[in-house]
Design a protein around this ligand. Structure first.
Ligand code: ZN
Ligand code: ZN
Length: 359
C-alpha cells in the first residue's frame, strides 16, 4: 500500500511525530491533493490543546491537523467534473455540502453540514497528500499569478480577514480601522483594510508584531502592554481625534481584546469579531450593553469566507492588490511542525509559518 509522511496527533497535548501512514483513499466526489504549501494556524494548536470542547468539538484521534492547504490535484474521483489532475488549487478550511439552504444562497461558510479540514480524517494539511471531499465545490483553482504559498496563506486566516474587512465590517476608503491583535488574522486584516483605503491603527503587546503591522500597511501602531481598554481609547483618540474609529476588528477573540476593540469605536461604529475565545473565557464574555445602545455600536461575528466570494478575492491577489504571501515569516519542514506548536502559546511565531518541505 502506498504511504505518505504525515504529522499525527495521537494524544491531545502530547508531542506530534511524523509517521508513514497510508495515502487517503478517495470517493467518487473527492480529489487527492498533493500538498506543496501548508499553513500553521493558531486554530490547529487550539485543537491539539483540547480547546473548544465547550463548543462541541470532539477530535477523532489519531488525526493529522493543518487546514491551510495549497497544492496540486493528483487524482480525481469518477464523479468530479470541474477539476483535472495537475490543476493548482486552494482548499478553504471549511468544507461545504453545496446543498443546504445556506450553500444554495452562496453562503457556504455557514453550511448546515460543514466539516472542517482538520477534523475530517485524511484531510489534514500537515501531510504529503490530503483528500478533499465534494471537491468540485471545495477545491478552488488558482489563477496564473497566485502561488501555492499564497493559497496556503488564503486557506483560513487571510480569507477570514477578507470577509471580516470587506463583507462584515464593510470598511470604506477613508475610514479609521482599528485592528486588535497583529498575528496571522490581524496582519491580514491590516493588509486588506489598508488596500481598501482604510487608515489602519494596529494594536498589540509585542513590538515585533507592531513592526510587521507597519510593513503590512498600518499607518499607526499602539503597544497595549499594561493598558486598560479605556487607556487604549485615549491612545486612539490622541491619534485620530476624539471621535474614535469607524471600524474595529478583533483579530484575537476573548474578553480583553473584544472590550479593547469596542472602546476604540466612534458613535455608530462597527466591531467585527474574527477570533474565538480560549480556555480563559470558554466562549463567554461580558459586554457593556448600555454603552452599545447609547453609542449605537454594532457587533458582528465573521466565519471563514464563502466559496462564492473566492473569485473576487483571487482576482485581487492575481492583480497584486492583495499579497498574502508577503505575510509569510518562516518556511519549515513537516518535522518542524511540533516545534512551531511549542512556540504558539507564548506568541513567539509571527505572521504565517508555512510548511513547504514535505520530505
Ligand atoms: Zn451547505
Ligand atoms: Zn485556521
Amino acid at each position: 500500500m502506498a504511504t505518505m509522511r504525515a504529522v499525527q496527533v495521537e494524544q491531545l497535548r502530547k508531542p506530534m511525530e511524523v509517521r508513514e501512514i497510508p495515502i487517503p483513499e478517495i470517493g467518487d466526489e473527492d480529489v487527492l491533493v498533493r500538498i506543496t504549501a501548508s499553513g500553521i494556524c493558531r486554530t490547529d494548536w487550539h485543537v491539539w490543546n483540547g480547546d473548544w470542547t465547550w463548543a462541541g468539538l470532539n477530535l477523532p484521534i489519531p488525526i493529522t491537523l493543518g487546514h491551510e492547504i495549497g497544492g496540486v490535484v493528483e487524482r480525481i474521483g469518477s464523479g468530479v467534473t470541474r477539476l483535472k489532475p495537475g490543476m493548482r488549487v486552494c482548499v478553504p478550511f471549511n468544507y461545504a455540502d453545496g446543498d443546504c439552504p445556506y450553500c444554495r444562497n452562496g453562503m457556504q461558510n455557514l453550511c448546515d453540514n460543514a466539516a472542517w479540514g482538520f477534523t475530517t480524517p485524511g484531510s489534514g494539511g500537515f501531510a504529503q497528500y490530503a483528500r478533499v471531499p465534494n471537491a468540485d465545490l471545495n477545491c478552488i483553482e488558482l489563477p496564473e499569478n497566485v502561488t501555492e504559498k499564497d493559497a496556503a496563506a488564503l486557506g483560513c486566516r487571510y480569507m477570514t480577514s477578507y470577509r471580516a474587512v470587506r463583507s462584515r465590517a464593510r470598511v470604506q476608503a477613508g475610514e479609521i480601522v482599528v485592528v486588535v491583535g497583529a498575528g496571522g488574522v490581524g496582519l491580514s486584516a491590516v493588509q486588506i483594510a489598508a488596500a481598501t483605503g482604510g487608515l489602519v491603527i494596529a494594536i498589540d503587546t509585542k513590538e515585533s508584531a507592531l513592526r510587521s503591522a507597519e510593513r503590512a500597511g498600518a499607518r499607526h501602531v499602539i503597544n497595549s502592554a499594561g493598558l486598560s481598554p479605556e487607556d487604549l481609547r485615549e491612545s486612539v483618540t490622541k491619534i485620530v481625534g476624539s471621535k474614535g474609529a469607524e471600524v474595529a476588528i478583533d483579530a484575537m477573540g476573548g474578553q480583553n481584546t473584544t472590550l479593547t476593540a469596542l472602546h476604540t469605536l466612534a458613535k455608530g461604529g462597527r466591531l467585527c469579531v474574527a477570533g474565538l475565545t480560549t480556555q480563559d473565557d470558554q466562549g463567554q464574555i461580558q459586554i457593556p450593553i448600555d454603552q452599545m445602545v447609547f453609542n449605537e455600536w454594532s457587533l458582528v461575528g465573521t466565519l471563514g469566507n464563502p466559496h462564492s466570494q473566492y473569485p473576487d478575492l483571487l482576482r485581487l491577489v492575481d492583480s497584486g492588490t492583495l499579497q498574502p504571501s508577503k505575510l509569510i515569516s518562516e518556511e519549515i519542514s513537516l518535522s518542524d511542525v511540533q516545534s512551531v506548536f511549542d512556540r504558539i502559546p507564548s506568541f513567539e511565531t509571527e505572521g504565517f509559518v508555512v510548511v513547504t518541505d514535505f520530505q
